[in-house]
Ligand binder design. Structure first.
Ligand SMILES: *Cc1c(COP(=O)(O)O)cnc(C)c1O
Length: 245
């Protein structure tokens, strides 16, 4: 399969999984994780209308975002008659999905629309400080270590609720949901209990009205397990390999 076939297939699978769980596919955002994509592949996706992109490393995020914006700037006005005009530079939505160090917060906040990987009070405080300085609130997800693996990032399951409460008390950090990564397995069904756990924590947080109306996202599901994640309520899926090969 080539890039176009893989991209089409992922979109079809999203529609099938949504139908299976009686969900509107429009409530599920496909985020293309570009870390293993070539610049050419990424440009192609953007031409096909993909506007949510993610990186897991800050330096890559900076390079990719800058390259794409330069390219979009050069394309401005060139394809006026094309049926799906390219978005203007600066209008792509970048997501930071990897572990984030506090000294990288400033650069990430200049580039991305959503940070998926907030997992400590100190990191949230750093984001709050930077958002106050620039007077721009930052949307964040709380990453939960649902697999309780010491090698994984994310707040421990038992500490998630309390941390959500603390983050919610920060004026400029908008807590819009939760994120998790299931341990890798060849069998996607093995991921289901982790997605169910994340959804339960999500429901508990909503029940306590932490985060308010904005708290509505579950970022879960990658190439191997996104169909199961959609069945369990994912509103954002992060796909790399299944698109880029
Ligand atoms: C790489 C990555 C993905 C995408 O993984 P694939 O299995 O290639 O789809 C999703 N989320 C995070 C946090 C990643 O680092």
């Amino acid at each position: 399969m080539n890039l176009q076939d893989r991209y089409k297939k992922v979109k079809e699978q999203i529609a099938i999984a949504a139908a299976k769980s009686r969900r509107d596919p429009a409530t599920i955002t496909l985020i293309a994780v570009t870390k293993n994509g070539t610049p050419e592949q990424i440009r192609q996706l953007v031409e096909w209308g993909q506007s949510d992109l993610a990186e897991s490393r800050v330096q890559q995020l900076q390079q990719r975002a800058a390259q794409l914006d330069e390219w979009l700037a050069r394309q401005q006005g060139k394809n006026d008659k094309s049926p799906s005009p390219l978005p203007p530079p600066g209008s792509l939505r970048w997501h930071m999905v990897g572990h984030l160090q506090r000294n990288k917060v400033r650069s990430v906040m200049q580039l991305c629309q959503l940070i998926h990987s907030v997992d400590s009070l100190r990191l949230a405080e750093e984001i709050q400080g930077e958002a106050e300085r620039t007077k721009r609130p930052m949307a964040c997800l709380l990453e939960v270590n649902v697999a309780e693996e010491s090698s994984k990032f994310g707040v421990a399951v038992g500490a998630a609720l309390h941390l959500a409460e603390q983050i919610d008390s920060m004026d400029e950090v908008q807590l819009v949901g939760l994120m998790c990564m299931a341990p890798y397995s060849a069998d996607p069904e093995r991921a289901r209990p982790y997605f169910v756990r994340l959804r339960e924590i999500f429901e508990e947080i909503r029940f306590r009205k932490i985060g308010g109306e904005k708290f509505k996202h579950l970022s879960m599901g990658m190439s191997g397990d996104y169909k199961v994640a959609i069945e369990e309520g994912a509103t954002m899926i992060r796909i790399g390999t299944a698109i880029f090969g």
